[in-house]
Design a protein around this ligand. Structure first.
Ligand code: DQA
Length: 164
């Protein structure tokens, strides 16, 4: 079974109580339950964790190297500051989707830059909790596409050997 690590960064433990006009009223527990339910439907195992500490997030990303097939990450405020989280993602080489509840590109200038985006498979920003569910579906599709052997027609094989 495929295994996906889902990481929530700092202050996301306060989801549902924190700046509701920006982040909504859904609690982190409810968001995690929705993710777990979708994971079951897709026959994926999700391991979901939250930390307020940059170092802990880096350690978890490093550990994902063995036993996980991909990462869904909302680095929260560390999005805009953390070269360490970016380096960890590069080091493990797992497909990683960056998620933000709010649309960071419509917010303050300091939130519009992400250190993670340049090394992520993709970024979903501004769709609220649905963004996490889309990220799970997206990783699932991505991993299925990666596993399919490339189709080579007899013609293209011939063309390849002719150009050798
Ligand atoms: C956030 C956006 C960040 O700028 C902010 O620091 C967060 C949450 C989001 O999910 O919209 O904590 O990552």
């Amino acid at each position: 079974m495929r295994r996906i690590l889902v990481l929530h960064g700092p202050n996301l433990n306060l989801l549902g109580r924190r700046e509701q006009s920006i982040y909504g009223t859904l609690s982190l527990d409810s968001l995690d339950s929705a993710l777990t339910k979708l994971a079951e439907e897709l026959a994926i195992v999700v391991d979901i964790r939250q930390s307020n500490s940059e170092g802990e997030l880096v350690t978890w990303i490093q550990e994902a190297r063995s036993g996980y097939d991909g990462v869904i990450l909302n680095p929260a405020a560390y999005t805009h500051t953390s070269v360490a989280i970016r380096d960890a993602i590069v080091a493990v080489g797992l497909p990683t989707i960056e998620v933000h509840l709010s649309n960071i590109h419509q917010r303050e200038p300091f939130r519009q830059h992400s250190y993670v985006a340049g090394v992520a498979l993709g970024q979903i920003s501004g769709l609220g909790p649905i963004g996490y569910l889309l990220a799970l579906r997206g990783l699932h599709e991505h991993m299925s596409a990666m596993r399919k052997p490339r189709k080579t027609s007899p013609t293209s094989r011939r063309q390849k050997s002719a150009t050798k």
